[in-house]
Design a protein around this ligand. Structure first.
Ligand code: URA
Ligand code: SF4
Length: 206
């Protein structure tokens, strides 16, 4: 099937050029119902790249990654550990919002492995343009792309390894997953681990 590959610019692979080209991507079916591409944001010389799964409802409306509830939790925690969001490049493994309708609400639907693979050329081109020191993956989708299909967040979160696209890579919980944990104590424990992973990320990538 098609992938994002045929929509990538052939020579000029700056972030601005990539972002522009991505607006026309039809590399998988997700673009049909989504409002717009949500490309990564941040400086080309970022030392840290944070990779989420896919944009949510609010990101699809605004075009900016991680500005909804999960993004607020992420940004609040970044500030808490001294990670300056203006110096970090924030992006997603999949650039369009996949959802199902429930009444008027648009509910997140996990992208398939085929869709994740179709969108991967965008993320790889972003990483090639930036060449960050460290990549922080939020959740299983980003971790599968960067750390491989056998990576398990529950067992391996917080581990710092080498990867193809950066000196170091780590994966931690997705902030949306934290927001969904029903038990208050369990949520507090996971929040503490998430904060600790971000703290170690802040120390590691300098
Ligand atoms: N969740 C993600 O993974 N990415 C976003 O941009 C927003 C929510
Ligand atoms: Fe292209 Fe990715 Fe959007 Fe699919 S999700 S259409 S591959 S940008």
């Amino acid at each position: 099937g098609p992938t994002a590959k045929s929509f990538l610019p052939t020579s000029d692979r700056t972030l601005a050029s990539l972002c522009n080209a991505a607006m026309a991507c039809e590399g998988c079916d997700i673009h049909r119902d989504a409002s717009r591409v949500v490309f990564g944001r941040g400086p080309a010389d970022a030392k840290l790249v944070i990779v989420g799964e896919q944009p949510g409802d609010m990101e699809d409306r605004s075009g900016e990654p991680f500005i909804g509830p999960a993004g607020q939790l992420l940004r609040r925690t970044m500030a808490e550990v001294g990670l300056d969001a203006t110096q970090v490049y924030i992006t997603n493994a999949v650039k369009h919002f996949k959802f199902k309708l429930q009444g008027k609400r648009r509910l997140h639907v996990k992208p398939s492995s085929r869709e994740i693979a179709a969108c991967r050329p965008w993320l790889e081109a972003e990483l090639d343009a930036i060449r960050p020191a460290m990549i922080l993956c939020l959740g299983a989708t980003a971790a599968s792309v960067i750390k491989g299909p056998n990576f398990r967040i529950t067992r391996q979160r917080g581990e710092v390894d080498k990867c193809d696209h950066a000196k170091w890579a780590m994966a931690t919980y997705h902030p949306s997953a934290l927001l969904r944990v029903p038990d208050e104590n369990a949520r507090a424990r996971m929040m503490a681990m998430f904060t600790e992973d971000l703290r170690r990320t802040a120390e590691h990538h300098r």
